[in-house]
Design a protein around this ligand. Structure first.
Ligand SMILES: Nc1nc2c(ncn2[C@@H]2O[C@H](COP(=O)(O)OP(=O)(O)OP(=O)(O)O)[C@@H](O)[C@H]2O)c(=O)[nH]1
Ligand SMILES: [Mg+2]
Length: 170
């Protein structure tokens, strides 16, 4: 019997918290980043692993900058599921709409996680109005329990993986 390996890709705008989420879920995760004003930004990918009820979940984070569309396309190949991470302190803009529409059109199971919900000025309710037909979880990417619970709930809805994860990057 082959192992159940799931490839889950995290999408979201610049600074939404994708790298933070993967680092919280897997403290040993790997990241390819560059310095930028106020911190760092992903320029290639994030990679982490986490076991969810005996299933091997491989987490891939994408760069959020719009110019890295090609990287998102490559990283997304063969994914079993996706997470759209939305920053609760930012409006649901055209780019987030583009990511949401792309995932909706792809027919790949996905979930929306509204991040930074604990921040003053978080607008989770306003953001939820733009989303229909997929589960929405309010999380903080810095809070392992909240993030892990949301991931577990999503993973429980996914069928066995397609086996597209062949390599262990760590
Ligand atoms: N308050 C708060 N800040 C957060 C949370 N998650 C991430 N951040 C902060 O948001 C900033 C951006 O986080 P990243 O994880 O680098 O965001 P990203 O989505 O990977 O960004 P790109 O790779 O540039 O697209 C950092 O300063 C984080 O510390 C959260 O849940 N709450
Ligand atoms: Mg990042």
């Amino acid at each position: 019997m082959t192992e159940d390996k799931l490839k889950i890709v995290v999408f979201g705008a610049f600074g939404a918290g994708k790298t933070t989420l993967i680092r919280t879920l897997d403290p040993l995760s790997k990241h390819v980043e560059a310095d930028c004003t106020g911190g760092s930004t992903t320029i290639a990918l994030d990679f982490g692993k986490v076991d969810v009820n005996g299933r091997h979940v491989y987490l891939f984070g994408t760069p959020g900058q719009e110019r890295f569309e090609f990287a998102r396309e490559i990283i997304g190949k063969g994914m079993d599921g996706a997470i759209l991470l939305v920053d609760a302190t930012c409006p649901f803009d055209e780019f987030v709409g583009h990511l949401y529409d792309s995932l909706t059109g792809s027919h790949i199971p996905f979930v929306v996680m509204i991040n930074k919900y604990e921040e003053v000025g978080a607008q989770a309710a306003a953001l939820k109005k733009h989303i229909s037909g997929v589960p929405v979880h309010a999380i903080s990417a810095k809070d392992r329990q909240l993030a892990f619970d949301a991931l577990c709930t999503f993973v429980a809805t996914l069928p066995p993986g397609h086996g597209h994860v062949h390599h262990d990057l760590s």
